[in-house]
Design a protein around this ligand. Structure first.
Ligand code: NAD
Length: 424
C-alpha cells in the first residue's frame, strides 16, 4: 500500500507536513493497520479545483483558481480554513485537510476535516477586488459547502471580513439565512464570544493539566513566549493574569527578558506605542535564539514553524514545551526532547482551542442561541482538559510521545466512525 504523501508543500507548511507525515507513516506501521484501513486514510473523499472569473478594477476579467479538499467526514461535516496565497497547491491542501481531520478527532468534536483556498496574493488586490474574488469563489463551491457538509473558517491571509462575505454570498444564493456555513464571523453576525483568544487559552488549559501530571506548581512558574501576534500576545496576557511569571517574550525583531517577571500590560502598551518590544524599562533585550534557550519552566513557541531544530534543541532548558504555533519543532528536535524528558504538548492538541471554539460558533448558529463568555470558556476548558487526558492516558499506557499518542487516538476515532458506518 503506497501512501502518496508529497514533496510539494507550501513553504510555510513544509515542516508541518513533514513532521506530521513522518509521524503518521511510522504510526501506520506501529498500529498494524489493515490494507483497507490504510487505503481509506490515504484518500481524501472529495478534492476539487474550480476556475472562476473576477472583474478587476481595470474593467478586465481575470480567471482565478481555487481548491477545496474534504478529506474525511466520517465523524461529522468537514471543517477547515480557507487561505488566500500565491503558492497554494491542491496537494498542500490535501495534507492540511488531513491534519484538520486529526485535530478535530483529537479534540473529539463532531467534525471531519477540510481545507481550501485561492491561488492569489491578496496584497496585490484592492478591497473591492478581494470582495469580488471571495464572492466568485463562493459561487463556484457553494454546492459543496454548508453547515452539514463543509464549514470554512479563516486561515492564512483571510479573516473576519472575508468570512462575512462568504456567509453573505452563500445566503444570497440559497435565499435564506445560514450563519452556520462559516465560522470566524464577528459577534454581531453570529460569531462567538472569546474567539480571539481561544487558541491561547485552550493551550493554557492543556498546559495546566500537564503541570498537574508533572507535579509542577502554576503560581510563579516561569514562561517564555516566542511570537507576540494574535496567539503569543494573548497567551502572554493570560499567563500574566493567571499568576505565572512571564520572563521573556519576542517578536520578529527580537525580544526582552526579565527573570523577575514582565508586566505584560505594560509590555503590550510599550509595543503598541514603540512598534517593538525592545528597550522595555527594566528588561534586557534578547535575540530569538536566546529566548528559546532562556531559563524557564515552560517554553511557548507561538510564531512560525521550524523554530526549534537540531541546532538549538539541546539548549532548551524548559521542562514543558507548549506548541501553540503549528509545527515549531522539527523531527530531530522532537527526538532530542523525548530523550531529555522534556514534555512536549504537540500543536495538534495545544492549539486546538481555535477549532473547538469554531465548533461552539457553529453550534450556537444552528440553535440560534448565544452563549455568554463564561459559558464559552467553561465548555472550552472541558473539551481541552478531556482531550489532554485522553491523549495522556494513551501515552502513558503505550510509553510513546504525546504527538504520536494524539495522532494514534485520532486515527482510531476516525476508523471507528468508518467502521460504525459500515465502511470497514
Ligand atoms: P500572527 O501573525 O498574529 O503573529 C505571529 C508573531 O510571530 C508575530 O508577533 C511575529 O512578529 C512573530 N514572529 C515572526 N517570525 C518570528 C521569529 N522568527 N521569531 C520570533 N517571532 C517571530 O500569527 P498568530 O495568529 O499569532 O499565529 C502564530 C502561530 O500559531 C502560527 O504558527 C499559526 O499557524 C498558529 N496557530 C494560530 C491559530 C490562531 O487562532 N491564530 C490557531 C492555531 C494555530
Amino acid at each position: 500500500m503506497i501512501i502518496n504523501f508529497h514533496e510539494r508543500i507550501h513553504v510555510d507548511d513544509k515542516n508541518i507536513c513533514k513532521l506530521f507525515m513522518h509521524e503518521i507513516s511510522e504510526l501506520y506501521t506501529d498500529m498494524e493497520l489493515a490494507a483497507e484501513e490504510l487505503e481509506l486514510l490515504a484518500m481524501p473523499r472529495r478534492s476539487f479545483t474550480v476556475h472562476f472569473p473576477v472583474r478587476m478594477d481595470s474593467g478586465k476579467t481575470r480567471m482565478f483558481i481555487g481548491h477545496r479538499v474534504q478529506y474525511n467526514d466520517a465523524r461529522g461535516p468537514a471543517k477547515g480554513g480557507i487561505r488566500f496565497h500565491p503558492d497554494l497547491t491542491i496537494d498542500d491542501v490535501k495534507d492540511l485537510a488531513f491534519l484538520m481531520v486529526l485535530k478535530c478527532a483529537v479534540a473529539n468534536i463532531p467534525f471531519g476535516g477540510s481545507k481550501g483556498g485561492v491561488i492569489v496574493d491578496p496584497k496585490q488586490l484592492s478591497g473591492n477586488e478581494l470582495e469580488l474574488l471571495t464572492r466568485s469563489y463562493v459561487r463556484a463551491i457553494n454546492n459543496f459547502i454548508g453547515p452539514f457538509k463543509d464549514i470554512p473558517a479563516p486561515d492564512v491571509f483571510t479573516g473576519e471580513k472575508i468570512m462575512v462575505w462568504i456567509m453573505d454570498e452563500f445566503e444570497r444564493i440559497k435565499g435564506e439565512h445560514v450563519p452556520a456555513v462559516v465560522t470566524g464571523k464577528p459577534v454581531e453576525l453570529g460569531g462567538t464570544k472569546a474567539r480571539n483568544y481561544s487558541t491561547a487559552l485552550g493551550g493554557i488549559y492543556v498546559l495546566e493539566e500537564a503541570m498537574k501530571k508533572l507535579n509542577m506548581g502554576q503560581e510563579g512558574a516561569r514562561v517564555a513566549i516566542q511570537g507576540f501576534g494574535n496567539v503569543g500576545k494573548n497567551a502572554a496576557r493570560l499567563f500574566f493574569e493567571r499568576g505565572y511569571k512571564v520572563v521573556a517574550v519576542s517578536a520578529t525583531g527580537g525580544g526582552i527578558i526579565d527573570q523577575a517577571g514582565l508586566d505584560i500590560q505594560k509590555v503590550i502598551s510599550h509595543q503598541e506605542s514603540r512598534g517593538s518590544l525592545l528597550d522595555f524599562a527594566g528588561a534586557a533585550d534578547i535575540t530569538n535564539q536566546e529566548l528559546l534557550a532562556c531559563d524557564c519552566d515552560v517554553l511557548v513557541p507561538a510564531a512560525l514553524s521550524d523554530q526549534i531544530h537540531n541546532g538549538n534543541a539541546d539548549n532548551v532548558k524548559a521542562r514543558i514545551i507548549l506548541e501553540l504555533a503549528n509545527a515549531p519543532t522539527t523531527i530531530d528536535a522532537d527526538k532530542i526532547f523525548f530523550n531529555k524528558n522534556i514534555f512536549v504538548i504537540p500543536d495538534v492538541l495545544a492549539n486546538a482551542g481555535g477549532v473547538v471554539v469554531s465548533y461552539f460558533e457553529w453550534s450556537q448558529n444552528l440553535n440560534s442561541s448565544y452563549w455568554t463568555e463564561e459559558e464559552v470558556l467553561r465548555n472550552l476548558k472541558n473539551i481541552m482538559v478531556n482531550s489532554f487526558n485522553d491523549v495522556y492516558a494513551a501515552c502513558s499506557h503505550e510509553y510513546c510521545r504525546m504527538r504520536r499518542s494524539a495522532y494514534r487516538l485520532a486515527i482510531k476515532r476516525v476508523l471507528e466512525a468508518e467502521r460504525l458506518r459500515g465502511n470497514l
